[in-house]
Design a protein around this ligand. Sequence first.
Ligand code: SF4
Length: 345
Amino acid sequence: MKIVDQTHDQFAEAFHRRYRKGTHFSTPVYRHVMKAGKMSLHKLAAFSHLSELAGQVETDLEPSPGRIIKQVSNGDVVKFVMRLEDGLDIESVVIPMYRRHTLCVSSQVGCRMGCRFCRTGKMGLLRNLTAAEIVGQVFAARHQLGVDIRNVVFMGMGEPLDNLDNVIHAIQVLTDQRGLDIARRHITVSTVGLTAGIDRLARLDGATVNLAVSLNAPTDDIRSRLMPINRSISMAALQASLLGYPLARKSALFMEYVLIQGVNDRQEHARALARYLAPMTVKLNLIPYNPAPGSEWQPPSAKAYERFHAWLVAENVFVRRRGEKGGRIMAACGQLGGKNQLLDG
Ligand code: SF4
């Protein structure tokens, strides 16, 4: 019986269908497995006189998919690799932040968006992750590594809005208060800007999740060179969609801008970027390009990076340097300098 990709109510319904028992039994099982990470049910009070049933449920419960096969630390950041049942590997990153831990999760194996600065993009899309495999990353971090994950960012491998049914389902499970209990305001979905997905996410029932957009360019010309998606969804169309996205109180859209030497680093680019951002409530994360081996581009010099940052500040853009509070993880889809560095660690 599935549990890791079930909300409490879905699990309770399936439990009742299978064992003809109500929430007096299913709720403690759900809490015990999802909140405490324990699969042994014999000590639960509800089963004190029903040890046979406890044994049966234990046997029937499907374990969380995938297993951690590797862990690498880089300072206080921990990357782990999970091997899925079909032998494919996915990566997740635990990042301590604001005294709470954040988990950067993958939503696909590979990615078909083809952003030219991204190593995952070069893999192409192998497959979507199931909701269980997405939730399973949080489950593993909490219950195998023992880390109190309180924030989840969809910035690992893949484009989450290209796997939106499973991502939405995973969000519903992650936020179930009787289970993993992660607040919606502590979830961030990062996208290249798939407007149909943004619009759908905007209409989700209940509290909104945070949205991060990998922008990286001040104009359509430059963005289309870096990100093929821009040839079908222009920056104007993206902006129209973002303006309709409901923001939580005191919140903002997160945007990432990877600064690449000689590509998007001139003063006119900073000005055009500021004009583009002006109608929106945005926190911009400025990330120096982290070149992959054989890359055609170079990172900006420290001086050029500071200069571009200063130009944006002068244009009244709320901009954070990478590595500042929160900035480190706000590297869209992770690949943009941030995650690759961690993952290579
Ligand atoms: S940056 Fe993100 S969306 Fe673009 S190819 Fe890489 S994983 Fe996909």
